[in-house]
Design a protein around this ligand. Structure first.
Ligand code: ADP
Length: 316
């Protein structure tokens, strides 16, 4: 049976302070597929961060479910949730939460340590990812010695260290100028298209939202609108490809059938040739053996003889 990567079902969240309820999400349902690049937009207080935090298992819903690869996230205990967060998710926040007095390399390798990888493994992986985000030459620096954009690159590298299925970003470009913000979004897009990592970004910035394939608009805790951009084109391309593959498979089957029939025809055609093979070739015109008799005395005459041996009469 088909299952989306993430299925959010009737998600409702009510915060209660004292005896007062603050509804944050109201019956939100959506499906997220592998490879998507999504933004969640909406006014302040519309429930964006709450939705992101529940998908990231940082908060629990009051009602509703989140299924990841078909399994209910909130049926897991706290340890299982922590493992899920550490192995399947990466987080990028506006304030990148880097350890400021620790090297860039160690900052990126840290989640690998929690996942239990060996020191050599995680340092090697951290080095590779820092190359991917364009910081290969700055691994020994401290975050304080980097620009805001570079610090956010470190945060992206740290989010990628355990090769997550999904990266959740809460205003990941919020502290950056527009040019640096655009570079960070371009980097995330590249990672999305090359590695298939799903990105879900909460943003106030329409320029960031415009770069994503699907924009989910929230208002008062509900989805007010969903806009698909390039994803529609991608889906169309995928559909066309699927059709082409189906047609190709069909023609392959037809060819195989045809070849099978041809093989049978060849078998039939080869039958006589197999009998008259080159070592037992029959002469095209067989020698006629005629028997002659003497007209005079009726005695059989030897084949090559001109005269009857009985009466000596010449044979005609
Ligand atoms: P957004 O990210 O769109 O600004 P949030 O998800 O942060 O919105 O908040 C949605 C609503 O839930 C807001 O009204 C907010 O005040 C309320 N809210 C969020 N977190 C809490 C909390 N921990 N306690 C009480 N109310 C909260």
């Amino acid at each position: 049976m088909y299952e989306p990567l993430i299925a959010v079902e009737n998600l409702t969240k009510v915060y209660r302070i004292g005896s007062v309820d603050f509804p944050a999400l109201d019956d939100v349902s959506l499906e997220i597929e592998s490879g998507e690049f999504i933004s969640i937009v909406g006014p302040s207080g519309s429930g964006k961060s709450t939705l992101l935090n529940i998908i990231g298992a940082l908060d629990r819903p009051t009602y509703g479910r989140v299924l990841v690869e078909g399994s209910d996230l909130f049926e897991r205990d706290e340890n299982q949730l922590a493992e899920f967060r550490n192995t399947k998710l990466g987080f990028i926040f506006q304030a990148h939460n880097l350890l400021m007095r620790t090297s860039v390399l160690a900052n990126v390798a840290l989640p690998g340590m929690i996942a239990g990888d060996s020191r050599t493994e995680r340092m090697e992986r951290a080095r590779e990812i820092l190359e991917v985000v364009g910081l290969g030459d700055k691994i020994t620096r401290k975050p304080t010695e980097l620009s805001g954009g570079e610090q956010q690159r470190v945060a992206i590298a740290r989010a990628l260290i355990n090769d997550p299925l999904i990266i959740l970003g809460d205003e990941p470009t919020g502290n950056l100028d527009s040019k640096t913000g655009a570079e960070i979004v371009a980097l995330m897009k590249e990672i999305n298209s090359q590695q298939g990592t799903v990105f879900i970004l909460v943003t106030h910035n329409p320029e960031v939202a415009n770069e994503t394939n699907r924009v989910i608009h929230l208002r008062d805790g509900r989805i007010s609108e969903e806009v698909y951009t390039r994803l529609v084109e991608q889906a169309e391309v995928r559909e066309e490809l699927r059709e082409e593959i189906a047609a190709y498979e069909e023609s392959k089957t037809a060819m195989a059938e045809l070849n099978g029939q041809r093989a049978l025809v060849f078998e039939d055609m080869r039958e006589p040739a197999t009998v008259a093979d080159s070592t037992s070739v029959m002469p095209a015109v067989p020698t006629m053996k005629t028997t002659k008799f003497c007209r005079e005395c009726g005695v059989q005459i030897l084949r090559d003889s001109m005269y009857c041996e009985e009466c000596g009469k010449k044979v005609a």
